[in-house]
Design a binder for this molecule. Structure first.
Ligand code: DGT
Ligand code: CA
Ligand code: CA
Ligand code: ZN
Length: 566
């Protein structure tokens, strides 16, 4: 590690010690930092004995420098940061607040987080501090609002962004491996921040690259092995350099969830081991750490796919060999909900079919909206007939994919469909859904959906709970009744892949499967590009413990049509 980087860590330790009001020690660390900065020779070749000979380097500090040189980490420093009650990252995310200000705020006004900062600023107590002014206080107050907006973002926004950064890093010569960890790897529906791990023999250069990426709005923290940046769109992203022998344990740790980490550590202790991001240890000896698989093997556990690493119970299931054989990301053979120019979609049937072929779909169903919706273009009986003819024609023209004739019919506030049975009976697949009257009682809403399921031509209930993430709660439904009726009537429940919907959601999927329901993963695409969103639906199904056999559109066309028996 470079002298300057070690000096920086020594200074940060001094800051933390000072904040904690520990006497004398901060001065020792600052003196060590000064020495490091003034040396012309790198200290990374020196052993502890040689280090102690340098001016201002005590035995204790020499030991720490040695640890940094050998491992690139300093456990003392990392524990210290964890212990600190101050929410550094969120305070530093306020424009105009740097490390010095954080210290000043904490020491003079006991400010530890954004709420406390806002409170004090509103009471005009910031302006009186050394180096502050009325104007600076007003700016801080204004910038807190911006910092707060770093709310959770949709997986559909964050996953592509994280992959882009990952792929950019991967292209660099000095990068041996790179992986996205955290909630993104677990494919949670919303994401707090992006966590990326990298193996490199030149962390300095990689950190430099990372903080200078085009997407970076602001550098929040820059260190020798960890940096945090704010990307455009107020997205926080961490990059950590990890030694290759610890890559698996670091990936495990930084993938989480926290609850799973805690549980795995407990088991390690029971076995006389210690698990950390640095490896699985027996005494001082590392017994696993390079890959996650290796660690799970030592535990005599099934490998836990990241999507099902949420709770303590998940770990217990893994120990008892009770994990599902999750549906894979390339198991789907088609997509059964999408909209075209005939209603509110953007593309033609033909364009969509061609695009779907590029995704290797064996079949798709065109399911435009019907007259019960307040849209400019909707399907009435006449248009349905014309569209069916057109689909026949396109099916003859193109080879390699089958276009099914479908509709997304509307379930009205009394549970009636807006298309007659004698029209529905000629379609290949009928999707039904609720688009209004969300505020009815639980019974009314449940009964509406149940009466739609009882219609012999309805095959699929789309976005069954109606929720939109961060926009609209799910409506009040008696889900057990819905699940029972779904099994009785052979009606399939949708896992809608739109990033804002993901409906059914993971926890409901898990329950539905226990009831014996069969599900279908659809995109509900309104443009051809949306057909790629299936990935998010599959991720959600995996989080809900779905196996391939639980999902009907893993079947071939022939099998699928057998389920629908129109
Ligand atoms: P997020 O970013 O809020 O969507 O969720 P995560 O899961 O990505 O959480 P994050 O970014 O705070 O941390 C990444 C992982 O690091 C987390 O899933 C588990 C691990 N981790 C972080 N803090 C702790 C902790 O205090 N204890 C334990 N056991 N693990 C932690
Ligand atoms: Ca995260
Ligand atoms: Ca993080
Ligand atoms: Zn639509």
């Amino acid at each position: 590690m470079k002298n300057m980087e070690i000096a920086q860590i020594m200074e940060e330790i001094a800051d933390l010690l000072e904040i904690k009001e520990i006497p004398f020690k901060p001065i020792a660390y600052r003196r060590a930092a000064e020495t490091l900065k003034s040396l012309s020779e790198p200290v990374d070749g020196l052993n502890q004995k040689q280090l102690i000979k340098l001016p201002g380097i005590s035995k204790n500090i020499a030991k720490k420098i040695d640890e940094l040189n050998k491992t690139g980490h300093l456990i003392y420093f990392e524990e210290m940061k964890k212990d600190c009650p101050i929410e550094f990252e969120s305070l530093l995310s306020v424009e105009g607040v740097g490390p010095k200000t954080v210290k000043l705020l904490y020491q003079s006004l006991d400010i530890k987080n954004l709420d406390e900062l806002e409170e004090q600023a509103k009471h005009h107590r910031i302006r009186r501090l050394k180096g502050m002014s009325e104007k600076k206080e007003a700016n801080i107050l204004e910038n807190i609002k911006y910092a707060r907006k770093t709310g959770r973002k949709l997986l559909g926004q964050m996953l592509p962004l994280a992959n882009e950064i990952k792929n950019d890093l991967k292209k660099l010569d000095k990068v041996a491996d790179v992986e996205v960890a955290g909630s993104i790897r677990r494919r949670k529906e919303t994401i707090g921040d992006i966590d990326i791990l990298v193996i490199t023999d030149d962390p300095q250069e990689i950190m430099e690259y990372f903080i200078n990426m085009d997407k970076v709005d602001r550098v929040i923290a820059r260190g020798p092995t960890k940096s945090t940046v704010r990307l455009r769109g107020n997205i926080s992203c961490d990059l950590r350099e990890v030694p290759s022998e610890s890559f698996g344990s670091a990936l495990l740790y930084f993938t989480g969830s926290k609850e799973v980490n805690v549980e795995l550590r407990k088991i390690a202790i029971k076995n006389g081991w210690k698990l950390s991001e640095y490896g699985l240890f027996k005494g001082d000896e590392i017994i696993a750490g390079q890959t996650e698989e290796e660690i799970f093997r030592k535990y005599r556990m099934e490998y836990m796919e990241p999507e099902i690493r949420e709770t303590k119970e998940d770990v217990e299931k893994a120990i008892h060999d009770r994990l599902p054989n999750l549906i894979g990301y390339s198991d789907l053979k088609g997509d059964l909900q999408m909209h075209t120019k005939w209603s509110d979609g953007k593309d033609t049937i033909k364009d969509i079919a061609n695009y779907a072929m590029g995704l290797n779909h064996e079949y798709i169903a065109i399911t435009d909206h019907t007259s019960g919706l307040p849209l400019k273009d909707v399907m009435d009986e006449e248009k349905i007939k014309i569209q069916m003819k057109e689909i026949d024609k396109i099916n003859e023209e193109i080879e390699g994919i089958t276009i099914l004739k479908g509709l997304e019919v509307n379930i009205d506030s009394h549970g009636k469909l807006d298309v007659k049975d004698n029209v529905l009976k000629d379609l290949d697949v009928v999707v039904a859904s609720v688009h209004s009257g969300f505020r009815q009682s639980k019974d009314q809403l449940t009964n509406r959906i149940i009466s739609a399921m009882e219609n012999e031509y309805v095959n699929i209930i789309a976005h069954p709970t109606g929720r939109k993430i961060q926009q609209r709660d799910e409506y009040d439904l008696d889900l057990p009744r819905i699940f029972e009726t779904s099994v009785e009537t052979d009606t399939f429940l949708e896992v809608n892949s739109q990033p804002v919907r993901l409906d059914l959601r993971d926890v409901h999927i898990k329950k539905a499967i226990k009831y014996g329901c069969k599900l279908v993963i659809n995109t509900d695409a309104h443009t051809k590009e949306h057909l790629r969103d299936l990935e998010y639906g599959i991720a959600t199904a995996r989080r809900g413990w779905s196996e391939k056999s639980d999902i009907i559109n893993t079947s071939t066309l022939k099998e699928l049509l057998g389920f629908f028996n129109h």
